[in-house]
Every structure is written in C-alpha cells, then in structure tokens.
Design a protein around this ligand. Structure first.
Ligand code: 3SL
Length: 242
C-alpha cells in the first residue's frame, strides 16, 4: 500500500509544519472525539472547536444565540456557565438537534485546532473505527498523521490503542517495513491488547480519573467499536459529518 503514516502521542507533540498538507486524524477516545461523533450523530448542525475559552465570543457575535450551545470541560467537569460538559451521554438528540456547538476541551479541541494547517482533518475514535479506516483507504496516496490527543502533554494509552487499531486494519495486520517508532509502538499495543479493547481502556489513567469524578458510564460508552459508520471532518473551522 502506498500510504505513508505516522503517529503523534499528544496534542502538543507536533508543530504546524508537521501537519501541513497532510491528512490528519485526531483521536481522543476519552472523550472529546467520542463526544463530537455522538453530537453529530444526534443531529447537531456543526461543532466549532475552540483553542481557548475566550474564543467563544468571536463566534457568538455572528450566531443566533438560540441555536448555539457552549460546551466543554475543565478537569473533566462542565465549565461553569457552559450549557453542557464533555460527556457524550449529555449530547442526546433532544438537547442538541439542530444546534451549533462551541466546544472547548483541554486536549481534544486543542489537538484539532493545532492541526489547522493540515490538508484535511478527520475525527477518530473507537466509535467510528471502521469508517475511519475506510476513509483513509480511499486516500491511498496520502501522507496520514494519527494525532493522539493524550492528556496534558502526556501519552494516553486508549488513544494510542485506537491509532494501533487503525494501522492494524489499514495494513492487514502486517507492520509496514518502513514503520516509524510511533507506528511500531501503537501497532504492537493493538496486537497485544486488541482482543480486550474495553479492558485496556477501563484500566487507563484517564478512565480512573473519569470514574473518580462520576463518569464511569462514559468510559464504557467510548469503548464501543463501530457504534457509528460516519467520519466527522473539519471544513472552514466547523466539524460536521462528511
Ligand atoms: O481533554 C479533553 O479533550 C477531554 O476529552 C478530557 S475529559 O475526558 O473531558 O476529561
């Protein structure tokens, strides 16, 4: 296969130059990318990822307030004054259908906004694993970067596992000869734990943190494979289903 792929392990581990002109898949299993996927599946009209909390004002000026929800987290909890936090279970159809979501999270939306010089930005998680793989197979000649959002500049094992699952499927379970270290590590992780995705995610540092603040159900939800078959993508600053 003529596909050049590499993996970055946190939202701050890459530069604008690294992503320039590439196809980027931003991965944040717990929870931003799983939440974005869920919101769009439940009828949100689009998600505007924010790099900084203060960026919300730039957009609210131009949007009808009745059609906008300000959502996101700090330390996993809903930010004071926001309508919703970052639990995918909050983003049900009744709440978010036809709403534009201004979304600020600590690592996931940071990884997305820092990728803005990419040729194309796709959103990946276990919820849409096969759809992401199929979308990348359509772009065989591309250079692809899998950007794991991680947590506060640290690696998150659930994101690396998802990157490994994508690579494992793209290359028919055979490690490419010219694999980078990031590809080798994520592929190897999935090779070892791919038959127990839920178990590995449940034991991750971030799952422990989320359970401590009462979001254990989110961890189970985000561990589901292929609940959805679409791939959200970003165009002109707005994420929607392609
Ligand atoms: O950092 C993020 O983008 C969040 O997904 C983290 S949390 O799951 O809301 O804690």
């Amino acid at each position: 296969m003529n596909l050049n792929i590499d993996v970055f392990s946190s939202a701050t581990s890459f530069s604008e130059q690294d992503v320039r002109s590439k196809t980027v898949v931003v991965i944040d299993v717990l929870r931003a990318c799983s939440t974005i996927q869920t919101a769009l599946e439940n009828g949100s009209s689009g998600i505007i990822p924010l790099a900084e909390k203060d960026d919300a004002g730039r957009f609210t000026r131009f949007l009808d307030p009745s059609g906008v929800l300000l959502c996101g987290e700090k330390k996993g909890e809903k930010v004071e004054g926001y309508q919703l936090g970052n639990s995918p279970l909050e983003f049900d159809r009744q709440t978010i259908e036809n709403k534009t979501i201004l979304f600020k999270t600590t690592n996931g939306t940071r990884a997305i906004t820092r990728s803005s010089s990419a040729r194309e930005i796709l959103i990946g998680s276990f919820l849409n694993l096969t759809a992401v793989v199929d979308a990348l197979l359509d772009r065989e000649r591309n250079e692809v970067l899998l950007i794991c959002s991680g947590w506060n500049s640290r690696l998150s094992i659930e994101d690396l596992l998802c990157a490994g699952a994508i690579i494992y499927r793209l290359f028919d379970a055979k490690l490419p000869d010219d694999a980078s270290d990031g590809v080798k590590v994520s592929f190897g992780l999935y090779e070892k734990f791919g038959d127990n995705v839920r178990g590995l995610i449940e034991s991750s540092n971030h799952a422990v943190r989320l359970r401590e603040i009462g979001f254990g159900e989110d961890v189970a939800y985000c561990s589901q494979i292929d609940l959805y078959s679409s791939v959200p993508g970003m165009k002109e600053g707005v994420i929607s289903i392609r």
